[in-house]
Design a protein around this ligand. Sequence first.
Ligand SMILES: Cc1ncc(COP(=O)(O)O)c(C=O)c1O
Length: 434
Amino acid sequence: MTNQGNNLDKWYGHYANRTAGLAASEVRALFAVASRPEVVSLAGGMPFVSALPTDIVSGVMERVIRDKGPQALQYGSGQGVPLLREQILEVMALEGIRANVDDVVVTTGSQHALELVTKLFIDPGDVVLAEGPSYVTAMVVFKSFQAQVEHVEMDEFGLVPEALRQKIARLKADGKRIKFLYSIPTFSNPAGVTLTWERRLEVLEIARSNDILVLEDNPYGLLYFDGAPPHAMRSVEEDGVVYLGTFSKTLAPGFRVGWALAPHAIREKLILANEAAVLSPSSFTQMIISEYLSTADWKGQINTFRDVYRERRDAMLRALEDYLPDLSWTTPTGGFYIWLTLPDNIDSKSMLPRAVKELVAYTPGTAFYADGGGRNKVRLAFCYPEPSYIREGIRRLSTVINGELELLNTFSQTAPLNLRGAEHNIINPPANLG
Ligand SMILES: Cc1ncc(COP(=O)(O)O)c(C=O)c1O
């Protein structure tokens, strides 16, 4: 970078080189428009926190302040509140993980754990392997530490082991240093697919034999709709996996409490990195979560969330079948997302302004690739809007897609989609689309 400032930013030339990786998304400005109440947003992955009973949450908060105020309002340990770390073991046991409480490090959301692990391992030019597509804000972190993100192909059963093998071989032949494989094996963000058990074992074996650490990110694993998914990869591999968990989707993201479960040596460095970054994660919110886990029916609440999201997933699948029967999409058995494939010649990013004009928003597929992939893909989040809004959002999307195809057809011979059902506008648009 030069030392020259410019009219917009006097300090432009002073930033560290790595800040180049902190580029704002090109679609950010549109999302500001998309958050208007009349727009059906299928873009954001916001949990439906209104499904939480507020009296229980406020009761918990009141008890923490009344009974443990001085401790809750004080600095705490850089590793996290000991009782909460014990309780986190119980949560992880639901996914087959047996661990030692000393190996849990509480962080400010799992996003912060992602940043800390990246900070510990990545030098500029190091390679991070990630599914293609992968979680957008993980890639922002990797790029901000100047990692080279290399995608590995996935299909409806998750990461393809043979593609992983080939990718590693090619990168090694090019003399690259591969630091870790970042994976969201269960109800992935954005593809909504789940890595099978057989593939989990195969991926772990490939990582082990190539000396590559696995960073297993699992925010959605407990939000299953049709039966429990395969156990976490960490349940069978202790030394080669750093596992990330969070209370953001099973309770609420506003508390900003997540965790990392790491092999001993890594855990020591994580604690030091956590202290360097935040001194200690919030004692207050950790103690609220701990009290909630001790006194509330937290497993019942997860069941409630499952019911809410299952109904919304079903509504979205039905609407896709009714309004966009010619397209293909993934069928998630849990989590928040469906991954939609548009006709080859449609660019989902350039279609977005038209969609927002038609009062529906989504996230374009290119956001989930570090290499420009995903041009004709769309992530649809079904977690936040009510089922009737989801249906209306998909109806609007079908109009937009067909309009786009008609436009393209003006210049080529592309046939418009079969809009079965769209002509008889099955529901009236709800009055308030908030
Ligand atoms: C795959 C994935 N990892 C990590 C996060 C970060 O979650 P949090 O920092 O709220 O724990 C998210 C949030 O949406 C996510 O989808």
